[in-house]
Design a protein around this ligand. Structure first.
Ligand code: PA5
Length: 445
């Protein structure tokens, strides 16, 4: 279902170098499969596709249907990092580009996201929106203590409590089974809760309720997504140099270590995949960027960004390589018409599908970028749908585990994320952090 094509790297690396890197990737694969590497208490994501019980999907559907019965038409999903990016990626990829503008009778509630920033303006405008709608909220935080979602939730919770008598039925929390402020609050307020398993880290949690509940509430097919992921789980369990995750990990580590390619740009050719880039950047950035190592993950959406950072990719510092997510088939069809006057000189395209132009842009860009010194890895999926997206999620997660072990880092921790939090807490005079405030304030003068 997913194919990894390394042809766009062949002029940059020698076969012997690649084979050596494959050997290292296979050793990393063994570590991941055996579960005896660093961070091995966070491997619960590996068997989620094949082991998620039907009852979990049914429970998520019950939330969706319960809210539908109340006439809920807007669900605010509160979370940050791994607690929102997977759901956002899936919902953006599977939604009609103009769903909101089309209006009409909606089969499912509209999902909007909050708690992923600390912008006052964003929250003020969210309150403008919820005031117009029939609202429910899913609050997601594994730790239950993250500041951004906690602030947003306090504000949305207050709004819901003031405006609905059945407030506690309009809030669902997804958090740790036992600990954290959100768990305590949920127990006290009687919210329905779903669990983020202990052994699944945020950025690997899209196939837990963290991703599944928002995706189901938004009206998409989580069963198909899990089925696609389960197919991929099976494919990737084969120990082979042809394993797509081994190929991807081997090549990206080789490009990094031997050719000094320190930036990987995830390239997509469909605006629906903008958030695939955001999800992927967190997955790889947080998993690999540590111990002064790692490939910096960037993302672009072509052809849009060929008219902005395309210049740098073609001609700038040769520190990057591209990973293109190639989609074989478009879901919709628009054919370019003939114009008698042909003033726009586009009649040479008459009768052609727009996607044909997109495909030629993709091929032309591939050759141009290779000529410009940018190696290209290609990851193909059949089309953008729930099944393929599930496969793609699992592929990138598994390959990330292999790749990080090959790089020699723990894929499942994120010690660097704490540094800004400590400073922010001190500057906010959070109890317990006051002693560092004076020093930080002096440094900022
Ligand atoms: O991948 C991770 O672990 C992080 O990005 C977390 O998902 C993010 O920091 C949010 O954490 P929490 O779910 O505990 O609020």
């Amino acid at each position: 279902m997913i194919k990894v094509n390394l042809g766009g790297c062949s002029t940059f690396v020698e076969d012997a170098q690649y084979n050596e890197s494959v050997g290292k990737a296979l050793a990393a694969f063994d570590t991941l499969v055996a579960g005896n590497g660093a961070g091995n208490d966070f491997l619960g994501w590996k068997h989620l596709p094949s082991q998620t019980p039907e009852s979990l999907i049914a429970d998520c559907e019950a939330v969706r249907d319960g809210w539908k019965a109340k006439g809920v038409d807007l669900v605010v999903v509160i979370g940050i990092g791994g607690s929102y990016l997977g759901a956002r990626c899936a919902i953006e990829a599977l939604s009609h580009n103009f769903a909101r503008q089309l209006g009409g009778k909606k089969a499912a509630a509209e999902v909007v996201f909050a708690g992923n920033n600390l912008s006052e303006e964003y929250l003020a405008e969210l309150l403008d929106l919820v005031a117009e709608r029939n609202v429910a909220c899913i609050v997601i935080s594994k730790s239950g203590t993250t500041t951004e979602p906690a602030v947003a939730f306090r504000i949305v919770k207050e709004y819901i409590e003031k405006n609905y008598q059945d407030a506690s039925e309009r809030i669902v929390a997804i958090t740790d089974a036992k600990k954290g402020a959100l768990k305590t609050l949920s127990t006290q307020e009687g919210y329905r809760t779903f669990v983020v398993p202990d052994n699944v880290g945020g950025r690997f949690s899209v196939l837990t309720p963290v991703g599944l509940l928002p995706i189901i509430v938004a009206g998409f097919d989580a069963r198909a997504m899990l089925a696609g992921a389960a197919e991929m789980e099976k494919v990737l369990s084969e120990r082979s140099a042809e394993n797509p995750a081994v190929k991807y990990a081997a090549m990206r580590n080789l490009l990094y270590s031997k050719l000094g390619k320190k930036i990987e740009v995830l390239v997509t050719y469909n605006p629906k995949f903008q958030y695939l880039g955001e999800w992927w950047k967190q997955l790889y950035g947080e998993s690999e960027g540590k111990d002064l190592k790692g490939i910096f993950p960037a993302s672009v959406n072509f052809t849009t960004d060929l008219h902005s950072v395309g210049q740098f990719i073609q001609d700038g510092d040769r520190v990057l390589f591209e990973t293109v997510v190639h989609v074989e088939k478009a879901n919709r069809s628009v054919v370019i018409g003939t114009d008698e006057q042909n003033l726009d000189q586009l009649n040479y395209l008459a009768g052609k599908h727009v996607e044909h132009c997109n495909a030629m842009a993709e091929l032309g860009t591939k050759l141009a970028h290779i000529d410009g010194g940018v190696p290209q890895v290609e990851i193909s999926i059949e089309k953008i749908d729930a099944r393929n997206l599930g496969g793609l999620f699992y592929f990138f997660e598994f390959a990330c585990g292999v790749s990080a072990y090959q790089l020699g880092v723990n894929p499942f921790n994120q010690p660097g994320v704490e540094a800004y939090k400590k400073n922010m807490f001190a500057l906010l005079h959070k109890p317990g952090y006051e002693s560092q405030a004076a020093e930080l304030e002096a440094r900022l003068k």
